[in-house]
Design a binder for this molecule. Structure first.
Ligand SMILES: [Ca+2]
Ligand SMILES: [Ca+2]
Ligand SMILES: [Ca+2]
Ligand SMILES: [Ca+2]
Length: 373
């Protein structure tokens, strides 16, 4: 049993953040020591060798939003793990999900990661070393606020597409390749603490999405610079901060917030957006499951997200839905789920006493259990 640890209340070198592996021996679990990582782990993968190598990716760094978490790779000689050093694991990015998938068709799986303010990335394991081969497969300008990833054949041609859950199009975060959303990350007021400012592109200029109150609470010097709300209102970021300050900022971009899929066409992988039905909220979870009782799996989608400031509203309008392998949409009523205003984190299918159940796990509320008919 692999246990990934994370939590905003822990920061720095907090022992509580270290991931753990428990091995069952004679009915008891024993903890096997893993190297220190102090990562807010969002996803752990292992390969399928008997003493597997383990890969961990993180979503955030406590009290430092915008800082890029490291990732880790721990190899395992069946007695102990050891950290494998690799530059590509450093400041890897804000990862939310990952899968194994044979992207280059050579019969072995690569790791594909997705995350916020970054493109999907493809990592190939060669001679026990990870290599980033994204350039060969991932279309340019595909940074998203990606939340989830899975593979599924949605056009019945025998080849799986890669389905990518994004933030959707029902938020204030508007982004296109030509007018990307930006995150400026720097110590803007030189107090040895970093700030991050999300900006929208309007006619080529970047405007903070945060209110004056939010920004001036983080950076009180803004209250001296702007005496009144109306002095601040409508100012692009390059009129709020000096050029010398902005030049030091690290800028991350998002090119699309559409949920969609990568499909291989003539040897190249292209990105296609899914129907508006799936753009109402962030898509956070997938489950392959036979919803129509014909022995063929559909792909169930779950979503919604309440972690944003009130100003952005609650992103809770996605009711749940599925895609068939013919690309047909099954809505919430056809499926019989009601996921409105519930932040889905995960699905599980459980077989119990010859009955099949769908378990839906939510953020911060009790689980739902559906019996399959
Ligand atoms: Ca491969
Ligand atoms: Ca296909
Ligand atoms: Ca600061
Ligand atoms: Ca089916």
């Amino acid at each position: 049993m692999l246990l990934a640890n994370a939590g905003g209340e822990f920061y720095g070198r907090s022992e509580a953040l270290n991931d753990k592996l428990f091995i069952e021996k004679d009915g008891n679990f024993q903890a096997l020591k893993m190297p220190e990582n102090y990562l807010h782990t969002s996803i752990i993968l292992k390969d399928d060798s008997p003493c597997p190598t383990v890969f961990g990716f993180g979503h955030a760094v406590s009290n430092d939003f915008g800082k890029l978490p490291n990732a880790y790779m721990f190899s395992n000689d069946c007695n102990a793990f050891s950290a494998v050093e690799n530059d590509i694991l450093k400041s890897y990015g804000m990862v939310t999900d990952a899968i194994w998938f044979d992207m280059d068709g050579d019969g072995t799986n690569e790791i594909i990661t997705v995350g916020e303010w970054m493109p999907p990335r493809v990592l190939k394991l060669e001679d026990n070393k990870l290599k980033d081969i994204s350039d060969q497969f991932i279309p340019k300008v595909l940074n998203g606020l990606w939340q989830s990833i899975t593979s599924f054949d949605l056009d019945n041609d025998g080849q799986e597409e890669i389905i990518l859950g994004n933030f959707g199009e029902n938020t204030k975060f508007k982004a296109t390749p030509e007018m990307p959303l930006r995150l400026y990350y720097s110590d803007f007021d030189a107090n040895n603490q970093t700030e991050s400012i999300v900006c929208l592109n309007k006619s080529g200029k970047y405007f903070p999405i945060n209110t004056f109150d939010e920004l001036s609470q983080q950076m009180p010097m803004l209250k001296k610079k702007f005496n009144a709300y109306k002095d601040f209102a409508g100012k692009p970021i390059d009129e709020i901060f000096e050029t010398s300050v902005l030049e030091k900022a690290r800028i991350l971009e998002v090119h699309t917030t559409q949920t969609g899929y990568l499909k291989q066409v003539g040897g190249k992988w292209n990105f296609f957006a899914l129907d508006d039905y799936f753009q109402l909220s962030p898509i956070t979870a997938f489950q392959k499951i036979d919803l129509t009782n014909d022995g063929i799996d559909e792909l169930l989608f779950g979503g919604n997200y309440f972690g944003l400031k009130p100003f952005h509203g609650r992103l809770g309008s996605f009711l749940g839905g599925a895609l068939t392998q013919q690309g047909e949409i099954l809505d919430d009523k056809v499926i019989g789920v009601n996921l409105f205003n519930k932040a889905v984190v995960n699905f599980e299918v459980l077989d119990f006493n010859q009955e099949k159940y769908l378990i839906v796990v939510f953020n911060d509320s009790a689980i739902d259990v559906y019996k399959m008919k």
